[in-house]
Write a protein that binds this ligand. Sequence first.
Ligand SMILES: [Zn+2]
Length: 328
Amino acid sequence: MVEKKFPKTLENNKYPIVYSEFYNIRFLGLEKFHNFNAKKWKKTFERLKELISIDEDETFEPNPVHKQELSLVHTKDYLKSLKRSWNVAKILEAPFLSFLPNIIVRRYYLRPMRYQTQGTIMACELALKRGWAINLGGGFHHCSANQGGGFCLYADISIAIRHLFNSFPQVVKKVMIVDVDAHQGNGYQLDFFGHPCVYIMDVYNQHIYPLDFNARKAIHCKVEVNFFIKDQDYLPRLRKGLETSLREFQPDILIYNAGTDVLEGDCLGMLYLSPSAVVLRDEFVFRKAMEKHIPIVMLTGGGYTKNSVNATADSIANLIRLGIIERT
Ligand SMILES: [Zn+2]
């Protein structure tokens, strides 16, 4: 196979931060009937703009993911199942969608997720070139090849990994996933169950959704935490887990699902971390990857409260301020 060349459009004077206005969901205000914050990505970008004086033209904008890329992972039957509004409603846990024509559901709900999925692929390519990249969306870790769930319609992490293996076979032979979203990432765990070249570290509340005990067997470094864990108990366990993982496996790229549903007050994650713990958590993971010269890709994962939005933006700004990540 011929090694893919990096596109010329990956200009060096931009931050390797990927975002599009089309990530956000808007349709007649119906999205308000759901605890999913449909504009969290826009809010995150707006706060980031304030914090580090960054503009849209200094970041990278993806197109929607192509069907060919989706088919690297998803079965035909699964992609067909998204043509039924009730099925999408079930995955997004938004019953009102069942009553909408599928053309509307596709345009206003599936399309933003297709942009975010391509955002993850784009961020992976950028990280190979620049050492780091952040997709201000993505992290749909409950979706696998043939099943969606927990707000996740496309398996962006699995798709991006397959894309890297196919398009950069000489550069990417081994991938590590570090998932610190409050929920277990059962989607990619099922997709890469027993795969020798994909190492999985997952830190999650063991008592909440998805409780996928079969998928848990795919995790190499499991850090299971209990309800309402606090900063001082959480951070040492995360650090120990990452150090063990990087001793056991030397990846060519690290995909970091940095969900902020770990924050105190998040009714889905049910943990008790402070915003400064999120900043320290991300700082630690980025420092470790940089120290070992491993390209790192951050995805924003779950967390839909105002605190989550702020924590993500504050954390990225902190990494830039400390010089852990740089524009060039
Ligand atoms: Zn989550």
